[in-house]
Design a protein around this ligand. Structure first.
Ligand SMILES: Nc1ncnc2c1ncn2[C@@H]1O[C@H](COP(=O)(O)OP(=O)(O)OP(=O)(O)O)[C@@H](O)[C@H]1O
Length: 247
């Protein structure tokens, strides 16, 4: 394991089961990079993120973040933010308050917190929309609010569970590029679940490929889109005729 991987997110023989087949994750995700998590439906991608976030607990094994063992830590104690496909917002709270929750769950915000919220709204293209309610936003704008909350939380690890799956292609690309820019600015370690190979390739530097509750291949993104791509991945995208392997 190289230094980048050891200081990123490590799942060290992490076993977990919902009562049926056991999942077993053994993988190191590099620090300060965007890593795409891909694999067939039901293979365990969301479960892996939930284990890292602390919403699920392993039956054995360890989870390390930045070298620290967080296996027993509750979600709020982990240096992690998570953005879901939907339902990232409280319907009765304004955009600014939804972002402010990232700073203080009781919304006790001082002047510097409010300044951080305003800056995050500006950075995500939401300036001027701070007083709106979630229902007054488009789907893309709602996901921008979730990203603004990530910025004010300022945690080093960002977990994205298909956050842009319901957006059209142009908007999805715009949001992916925003994530890539924010990741660069902050140097965050990003784990990004997607079903779209082109999205993985657009922003990711590394790939973790999951099948049947286990990592069946992992490594540099370029390797996955070369003629030497891991066989499991080739099989998975084999049906998708339009993958361009050239750069
Ligand atoms: N809360 C739950 N209770 C019981 N079983 C669950 C629960 N959540 C997921 N599972 C099962 O665990 C396995 C892994 O699910 P998971 O959601 O991690 O897959 P995924 O790779 O994210 O799938 P998708 O691409 O369809 O979102 C599946 O067999 C699923 O049915």
């Amino acid at each position: 394991m190289n230094a980048d991987a050891a200081s990123g997110v490590v799942l060290d023989k992490v076993a977990f089961s919902y009562g049926e087949a056991e999942m077993l994750f053994d993988v190191a995700v590099p620090q300060g990079r965007i890593t795409a998590i891909m694999g067939p439906s039901g293979s365990g991608k969301s479960t892996l993120l939930n284990l890292v976030a602390g919403f699920e607990r392993p039956s054995s094994g360890r989870i390390l973040i930045g070298g620290a063992d967080v296996t027993g830590a509750p979600p709020a104690r982990r240096p992690v933010s998570m953005v879901f496909q939907e339902n990232n917002m409280f319907a009765h709270l304004s955009v600014a308050d939804n972002v402010g929750l990232g700073r203080s769950p009781a919304l006790r915000l001082d002047a510097s917190d409010r300044a951080a919220v305003a800056e995050a709204l500006r950075r995500t293209g939401l300036a001027g929309k701070d007083k709106r309610l979630p229902r007054e936003l488009s789907g893309g704008e709602r996901q921008r609010v979730a990203l603004a909350r990530v910025l004010v939380r300022d945690r080093p690890v960002l977990l994205l569970d298909e956050p842009f799956a319901s957006l059209g292609p142009a908007l999805r690309d715009e949001m992916l590029d925003l994530v890539a820019d924010l990741q660069q600015e902050r140097g965050m370690t990003v784990l990004f679940v997607t079903h779209q190979p082109e999205d993985a390739r657009r922003v990711g530097q590394a790939m973790v490929f999951i099948e049947d509750g286990a990592v069946s291949a992992s490594g540099a993104m370029d390797d996955f889109f070369s003629n030497n791509a891991p066989e499991a991945f080739q099989r998975y995208i084999g049906g998708q005729a339009n993958i361009d392997r050239s750069r």
